[in-house]
Design a protein around this ligand. Structure first.
Ligand code: COA
Ligand code: ADP
Length: 594
C-alpha cells in the first residue's frame, strides 16, 4: 500500500506504542524456538576453533598471516558443513571477505562457523572470526565470511536435510542465504557483463612515469606439490590450503610494487572451479593489476597438473585481493602507480578499476544497513543485481524479526507493529482460500493493483529488468490533505520459494531513474522496504502478509492508521482478499509459467 502522507499527523508515535503495549500480545509458534536462545540453545551445526597465535603463524610484519587464518576458517567451516551433511564436503566458493583488524602474536583467534542453510547438495556456512587479547580481555571482530560447501558421496548424489532455523538471527540468515546463493551462482556472468559495460577511462597518459612501477616487476610464479597433509582423507586438497598459497604469492607481488610489507584488506568472491588431489602440482601466478592511491589489486590464478601430463593444466581458481601499506600510525601510505604491460596487462588494469567500483557498490548495497543506504538508490546496470538482492533481503530480514507485536485484529486480519532503530514497521496478515502460487501471480502483477488498492491510481511498467525484477512508475491519487498526487518509482522483485516452508516473496523499494525524475505535477514518494510474503498453509489456503517499513515521510500516516481501528490498512487488505478470491480461477496464460 502506498500511502499519501501529507497532513495525516493526528496522533504521535508514542500513542501508537502505548496503545499497542496495552493489548495482549499473541505469541506465534515460531517465537517459541527463538526463546530457546536465552536458555542455552546452541545451533547443532555450530563448530568453534580457538588458536593461540604463535610466531610460526605470523607474516613479515609479525602479525597473523591471512593465509594461516584462511586455513583455520576453511577447516572450521568444513567441519560445520560435514556435521550437517554427515559426509565429506569440499569448498565450492568463498564470498567477499573484508579484514577489519590484524592479529598479533600472543592473541587468541576464535573462529565460529554454522550452516545457515542447506540447499540440494550445497550449504552456506557463516563464519565469524574474532581476536582476543588475553591480558586485557579485549575482543575485536576480525572478519565475517560466507563459504559454500558441497557434500560429496562416492556413489550417489547427495540431497541434504534442511536446516531448521530457530532464533531470529538464524531465521534472518536462512532467508537471506537463498538470495545470496542466487547472486553467487550468477556472479561470474554478472562481473563479466559489468566489466564489458563499465566505461573506465584509461588514465595512463596523464600519469607521472617517474613514479610508476612496470607491472612486469611484480609478476610471481610459484609451484606447490600437493602432499597428504594438504588434503582431506579422500585426497582432495583443502580449499584453505589453496587460499593460503594464493595469499602467499599475492603478498610477494604486492611487496614488489611497494617495497614494503603490505597488509591484505579484502578478498573478492571466488569459486573453486574444480578439485585438485594429492600428487597434483599447483602453479600459482600473480601480478599487480592496478594500483590506486592507497590500495592495489593483485590477481592470482591457480592451475593444476599431473606430473605425467604437464601440458594438460586445469584452471582451479582465480582471485583478486586488495592490499594496502600501513605507516607507523596504521594509516594507508600513498602507493606508486603501476605501468601495465600492453595488451593483457592494460585489459587487467582497466578491469581492476571497474572491479573496484563494482566492489564498492556491492559492499554498500549488499550490507542492507537501512540507515546507511539512501531511500532511493539510483538504478543503473552496475548495481542492478545488488539492488535486487538488497530489495528481497531487506524484506526477508524484516520478516524474520521476532519482536513483532500484535496491535489489533479485526475479522481475522491481524495488524502487527515493530519499533526498532528509529523505524516503525507494520505488517498485516490474513489467511485466504486461494492457492499460494496463484495469489503470488495475482499480487506480483502490479498492473492489477489499482483494482484493489485505492492508493494506486495508475501503474506503468518502466523496465522489465529480467524475469523476476521490474521497475514501475506508480501514481497515487490525491489523498487526505495533499494538494498534489504522489508518484513513486519502484523496483519490484519477486521470488518463488526455494524449498518447503519458504514463502513466495514480492519485495518493493524505491529507486531513482534518470528517465523518471521528480516533476512539478507530482510529489515524489519513497518506499524503503515493503512487500508481500505468501506461505502455503494447505491446498487452496495461503497466509498472506503485507510488510512495510515506514519512511520518515510515511510515519505520521502509519501511526494514525496503526492506532485507529477504522484503519485504511484494514479496508485495503480486505479489498485485497476479495480481489484474490474473485480472481482465483483467472490466470492469464502468460503468468502460468510458475
Ligand atoms: N558458488 C556456490 N555454489 C556453487 C557454485 C558457486 N560458484 N557453483 C556451483 N555451486 C553449487 C550448485 O549450486 C550446486 O548446489 P545444489 O546441489 O545445492 O543446488 C552444487 O554446487 C553442485 O553443482 P553442480 O552444477 O552439480 O556441479 P558443478 O559442476 O558446478 O560443481 C563443485 C560444483 C563445487 C562440486 C565443483 O566446481 C568442484 O568440484 N569444485 C572444487 C571443489 C574443491 O575441491 N574445493 C577444494 C579446493 S580445490
Ligand atoms: P583475467 O586475466 O581475466 O584477470 P585469469 O583468471 O586469467 O583472469 O587471471 C586472474 C588473475 O591472475 C589476473 O588478473 C592476473 O592478475 C593473474 N595472472 C593470470 N595469469 C598470470 C600470469 N601469467 N602471470 C602473472 N599473473 C597472472
Amino acid at each position: 500500500m502506498i500511502q499519501n502522507v501529507g497532513s495525516h499527523l493526528r496522533r504521535g508515535f508514542a500513542s501508537v506504542f502505548s496503545s499497542r503495549t496495552s493489548r495482549k500480545s499473541i505469541p506465534r509458534a515460531e517465537d517459541e524456538g527463538a526463546m530457546a536462545e536465552g536458555e542455552g540453545y546452541r545451533n547443532p551445526t555450530e563448530v568453534q576453533m580457538s588458536q593461540l597465535v604463535l610466531p610460526c603463524h605470523t607474516n613479515q610484519r609479525g602479525e597473523l598471516s591471512i593465509g594461516q587464518l584462511l586455513k583455520w576458517i576453511d577447516t572450521t567451516a568444513c567441519l560445520s558443513a560435514e556435521r550437517h551433511a554427515g559426509c565429506p564436503c569440499v569448498t565450492a566458493s568463498m564470498d567477499d571477505i573484508y579484514f577489519e583488524h590484524t592479529i598479533s602474536v600472543g592473541q587468541v583467534v576464535n573462529v565460529k562457523a554454522k550452516v545457515n542453510r542447506a540447499f540440494n547438495s550445497s550449504m552456506e556456512v557463516g563464519i565469524q572470526v574474532t581476536s582476543e587479547d588475553l591480558c586485557s580481555e579485549k575482543q575485536w571482530s576480525v572478519c565475517k565470511a560466507l563459504a559454500t560447501f558441497v557434500a560429496h558421496r562416492e556413489l550417489s548424489k547427495v540431497k541434504l536435510k534442511q536446516v531448521i532455523p530457530r532464533t531470529e538471527e538464524e531465521k534472518t540468515e536462512h532467508g537471506v542465504a537463498a538470495e545470496r546463493r542466487r547472486m553467487r551462482l550468477v556472479y561470474a556472468d554478472t562481473i563479466k557483463d559489468l566489466l564489458a559495460r563499465c566505461a573506465i577511462q584509461d588514465d595512463l597518459d596523464s600519469k607521472d612515469y617517474s613514479y610508476m612501477v612496470p607491472a612486469e616487476k611484480t609478476r610471481v610464479e610459484s609451484v606447490e606439490l600437493v602432499l597428504p597433509p594438504h588434503a582431506n582423507h579422500q585426497g582432495n586438497t583443502f580449499g584453505g590450503q589453496i587460499m593460503a598459497w594464493m595469499e602467499n604469492v599475492a603478498t610477494i607481488a604486492a611487496s614488489r610494487l611497494c617495497r614494503a610489507h603490505p597488509t591484505l584488506k579484502a578478498i573478492e568472491m571466488f569459486h573453486f572451479r574444480g578439485p585438485s588431489h594429492v600428487g597434483d602440482r599447483l602453479v600459482f601466478k600473480a601480478i599487480v593489476n592496478n594500483a590506486f592511491k592507497h590500495s592495489m589489486e593483485v590477481g592470482v590464478c591457480v592451475e593444476a597438473y599431473r606430473q605425467e601430463a604437464e601440458t594438460q593444466r586445469r584452471h582451479i581458481n582465480s582471485a583478486f585481493m586488495t592490499f594496502v601499506v600501513l605507516d607507523a600510525d596504521d594509516q594507508p601510505r600513498k602507493l606508486p602507480w603501476i605501468q601495465p604491460q600492453p595488451g593483457e596487462g592494460e585489459r587487467r588494469y582497466r578491469e581492476a578499476s571497474a572491479r573496484k567500483k563494482i566492489r564498492l557498490d556491492r559492499k554498500y548495497i549488499v550490507s542492507c544497513k537501512q540507515a546507511e543506504v539512501p531511500l532511493s538508490v539510483p538504478w543503473d546496470p552496475s548495481n542492478q543485481v545488488y539492488l535486487s538482492y538488497n530489495n528481497v533481503s531487506s524484506l526477508k530480514m524484516l520478516v524474520a524479526k521476532d519482536n513483532w507485536t500484535l496491535s489489533s485484529e479485526i475479522s481475522q486480519v491481524r495488524l502487527y507493529t515493530l519499533e526498532e532503530d528509529k523505524f516503525l514497521s507494520f505488517h498485516l496478515e490474513m489467511v485466504v482460500h486461494v492457492d499460494a502460487a496463484q495469489a503470488f501471480l495475482l499480487l506480483s502483477d502490479l498492473h492489477r493493483r489499482p483494482e484493489w488498492d485505492k492508493h494506486y491510481r495508475s501503474v506503468e511498467l518502466v523496465q522489465q529488468v529480467d524475469e523476476d525484477d521490474a521497475i514501475y512508475h506508480v501514481i497515487s491519487p490525491v489523498l487526505g490533505g495533499d494538494t498534489k498526487p504522489r508518484d513513486f518509482v519502484i523496483l519490484a522483485s519477486r521470488r518463488k520459494p526455494c524449498d518447503n516452508g519458504d514463502p513466495y516473496v514480492l519485495a518493493m523499494r524505491s529507486v531513482t531513474l534518470p528517465t523518471h525524475r521528480e516533476t512539478q505535477e507530482y510529489q515524489r514518494g519513497e518506499i524503503l522496504c515493503s512487500g508481500f510474503c505468501l506461505w502455503r498453509e494447505a491446498d487452496q489456503l495461503t497466509k498472506v502478509s503485507y510488510y512495510n517499513q515506514a519512511t520518515p515521510g510515511l510515519l505520521n500516516y502509519v501511526t494514525t492508521n496503526v492506532a485507529g481501528l477504522s484503519s485504511e490498512f484494514y479496508t485495503t487488505f480486505q479489498a485485497c482478499e476479495h480481489f484474490l478470491l474473485d480472481n482465483r480461477n483467472d490466470l492469464a496464460p502468460s503468468l502460468q509459467t510458475l
